[in-house]
Design a protein around this ligand. Sequence first.
Ligand code: 2RA
Length: 350
Amino acid sequence: RKPTLAVVGATGAVGTVMLGILSSREDVWGEIRLIASPRSAGRRLVVRGEEIEVIALSEEAFEGVDVAMFDVPDEVSAQWAPIAAAKGAVAVDNSGAFRMDPDVPLVVPEVNAHAARVRPRGIISNPNCTTLSMIVAMGALHAEFGLTELIVSSYQAASGAGQPGIDTLREQLTKVAGSNLGTQPGDVRRAVGDFGPFPAPLALNVVPWAGSLKEDGWSSEELKVRNESRKILGLPDLRVTATCVRVPVITTHSLAVHARFENEVTVERAHEILGSAPGVVVSDNPAEGEFPTPADVVGTDPTWVGRVRRSLDDPQALELFVCGDNLRKGAALNTAQIAEVVAAELTAAG
Ligand code: 2RA
């Protein structure tokens, strides 16, 4: 029997992408059950070409479920993923609720698929989209050169803040289109009015903030990049510094990465490694204007890498520009890949 899958949060921004991904990947699932808040129950959504009615989140909804994916806010996952696990499902959670729990593996199948097998709480976590947008490329380089330090600046898309983020940016872009705004201090701020989930206007702007305020001026997002990179790579002492910035892009996070290694590196070898790494595509020919940009990467599955240079002042360091669709590899796709690893394990176990 093929395993039964539940998608919790089926109607959200990531859930919507998930249904498309489940419809296009090799079909390893028996029943697919769609679950959402009582407000969304009763809606009919299409997955694998079939219309399915969304049911309300409840304990009974997990009856007979083998794998339950959660694409919901932290507090909803914190409450319901353990309930799904207690009902016998393996919960694959895309929230921040369990990522740093030592009894919950944090999995990126291209980097540490083996970690998914040890899950004392019956929960597997999916990393944050910013970490995920670069970590497949970093894992491949680490396997060859031995990573010692990451200095990262992110350029994060509005959809990282969910559907309200997308809606806010679109509304702001409509308000500024065709205007001469962006020439006086505060003119964009006054014109757009509503900042939605962002602390400042996003249209015609960049905002050096994502997440919530933590100690000493760090944002939660910056700490996630550090802590999650360490856990996924199995390098608890890796030096990681991140500055997270929101940019007026709908979907696809970008990161400028300074990566330092144990030994000297060459661009040629880095190209070879990245070019043959599963899930990575190299687009690096600046003479022809070839490098990844969100507008070209959005809607695709791989991590795209370009602008690979050896640091001028450090032969052990590389500079790279990385783009990944934050709703696909950054969220739904990685969750689907983890779920497929579990499905293969369950199917093999009979
Ligand atoms: C963001 N990384 O982009 C967050 C969402 N998980 O806001």
